[in-house]
Design a protein around this ligand. Structure first.
Ligand code: ADP
Ligand code: MG
Length: 254
């Protein structure tokens, strides 16, 4: 792949949930190595877009296309997308009682790599990634997302991201519910992963400027009522931080 072709490209995407149209024509092109921020008020469709990208069957694409590495993936199942390097960190991660983080990661990493990894190999990888994220080593033996604090859930997401080596990481409000210290650790973790993998692209979905101070997006988009109403550089997110989304909502009405 040359630098000239986007790693994924969305064109005129319309999508609905429970029969209601939520995305009303979204265009977005993300190139390898780019950091995009997707901002917008509650209910504007940010998580819907993330779910559509990952292929959640509850979300129906009604028109438009999603191309990933040059191929239309609209009909591709979520696990096939994940295997091909698309990673989504959920806003509300699911609890999976009875499944240990270590075993979950063994399955996920083996699928991504295309061959079976031993528990020892997975544990070695986890030790390194957990140090990066300043996580306690006994975390590997806990049950997935069960009884986690908000900060632990988010760190676990970033841990998965570090281990799965995605080509595109979509992080849906990874910063929400984090205190200042956890935000710093998680942001630095993402930053280190980005530095280690300069070709990885990321889409950071957030309400707040704080995480963007760490992650310095190349491009910022504002989603209002299922449409991208403004795109710009990091300056746009700073303006949003001081002015709020109001001005963009009026812009959209015109
Ligand atoms: P955001 O992440 O920007 O806050 P969402 O994408 O979560 O927005 O939601 C956009 C709209 O879609 C909201 O009106 C929400 O109620 C609706 N919606 C999202 N997911 C579902 C779902 N699974 N079932 C029904 N409605 C949904
Ligand atoms: Mg959301």
């Amino acid at each position: 792949m040359t630098d000239k072709s986007p790693v994924f490209e969305i064109e005129n995407l319309h999508a609905s949930v429970a029969g209601i149209e939520i995305l009303k024509g979204v265009d977005l092109a993300v190139y390898p190595g780019e950091v995009h921020a997707l901002m917008g008020p509650n209910g504007s469709g940010k998580s819907t877009l993330a779910n559509v990208l990952l292929g959640n069957p509850a979300y129906k694409v009604t028109s438009g296309s999603i191309k990933y590495k040059g191929n239309d993936i609209t009909a591709l199942a979520p696990d096939e997308r994940a295997r091909d390097g698309l990673f989504l960190g959920f806003q509300y991660p699911q609890e999976i009682p009875g499944v240990k983080v270590l075993n979950f990661m063994q399955t996920a990493m083996s699928r991504r790599k295309g061959f079976d990894l031993s528990l020892l190999e997975v544990r070695m990888g986890m030790i390194e990634a957990m140090q990066l994220l300043e996580m306690k080593q006994e975390f590997a033996n806990r049950h997935l997302n069960t009884g986690y604090s908000g900060g632990e859930k988010k760190r676990n997401e970033i841990l998965q991201m570090a281990l799965l080596d995605p080509d595109v990481a979509i992080l849906d409000e990874t910063d929400s519910g984090l205190d200042i210290d956890a935000l710093r650790i998680v942001s630095h973790g993402i930053e280190k992963i980005q530095t280690q993998r300069p070709e990885m692209a990321s889409v950071i979905i957030t309400h707040y400027q704080r995480i963007l101070d760490y992650l310095r997006p190349d491009k910022v988009h504002v989603l209002v009522d299922g449409r991208i109403v403004a795109s710009g550089d990091a300056e746009l997110s700073e303006r949003l931080d001081s002015q709020g989304f109001e001005s963009f909502q009026t812009l959209d009405m015109k």
